[in-house]
Design a binder for this molecule. Structure first.
Ligand code: C5P
Length: 240
């Protein structure tokens, strides 16, 4: 597989074409951002940890029947994925109150949310990714009702699978963000990455954050928690 030209530079990933039609080359970088990209830092080893965690989680979801863009990891920071056209919507699922759910609604920190809360955000850096309800999304032709139904139900399935897997390794999945995209065959599938950059994870014993909140809140070296997540996932999947 040959790396082609740069297609897209993200906040923590660079995406390239390859010599194979329909397959993209994704390089995880060490960049950490907060405040929608306004704060940026390089963090040694972060790319490698996110890539390894995302690799394990996508492989697990694939085994469990969640159709997604993931193909394989070909080096510590490089993954191959199926090319999809990403819908400009971020799907956030929340099991416990944290982050913007606390600041926006004055919700008690870590309140167990029953039912789990689904939120859609319009992916637009210039607008700071605003929250949108279903009607706003449909009326502005950003997505159809059928697409919203698919994304909600897939997000529910992913939530159940990931919450269960993390529970087995002593971690609570507080919330996470997913993105979806269309394949050339017009199938809307799960895409992007699955890492502690995109989810909040709390250690059940220590109560420590094992995710990007450590960077957002300046609590120390973010990679310590990422390494714990990776080590426990690796142990779980090798024991199976
Ligand atoms: O900031 P907020 O509380 O809305 O984030 C909810 C969840 O979505 C967190 O796990 C966060 O890491 C993730 N998220 C993300 N990318 C964004 C916004 C939120 O991965 N642009």
């Amino acid at each position: 597989m040959e790396k082609g030209s740069l297609l897209y530079t993200g906040k923590a990933k660079n995406v390239y074409t390859t010599d194979q039609t329909g397959i993209l080359w994704v390089e995880y970088t060490n960049q950490a951002t907060a405040l929608n990209g306004k704060r940026k830092e390089q963090i040694t080893n972060k790319g490698q940890l996110n890539s390894a965690i995302s690799d394990l989680l996508f492989k697990y979801l694939t085994q469990q029947g969640i159709v997604n863009h993931y193909v394989e990891q070909i080096s510590p920071v490089v993954q191959l994925v199926k090319q999809v056209t990403i819908l400009p919507i971020e799907v956030v699922v929340r099991n416990y109150a944290a982050g913007h759910f606390v600041t926006k609604y004055n919700a008690p920190e870590m309140k167990h949310l029953v039912p789990s809360v689904h939120e859609f955000y319009f992916k637009d850096d210039a607008l700071d990714d605003p929250f949108m309800n279903d009607e706003q999304i449909m009326a502005l032709d950003i997505a159809t009702e059928a697409e919203l139904v698919t994304m909600r139900s897939e997000a529910n399935r992913v939530n159940k699978l990931l919450s269960d897997i993390f529970k087995k390794i002593g971690i609570t999945l507080i919330d996470f963000k997913l993105e979806f995209g269309y394949t050339a065959e017009q199938q809307l599938i799960l895409a992007d990455e699955l890492s502690p950059d995109n989810m909040r994870l709390i250690d059940d014993v220590t109560g420590d954050s094992l995710d990007k909140d450590v960077f957002r809140k300046n609590l120390g070296d973010v990679t310590v928690g990422y390494q714990i997540v990776l080590d426990r996932l690796q142990k779980l999947f090798t024991e199976k």
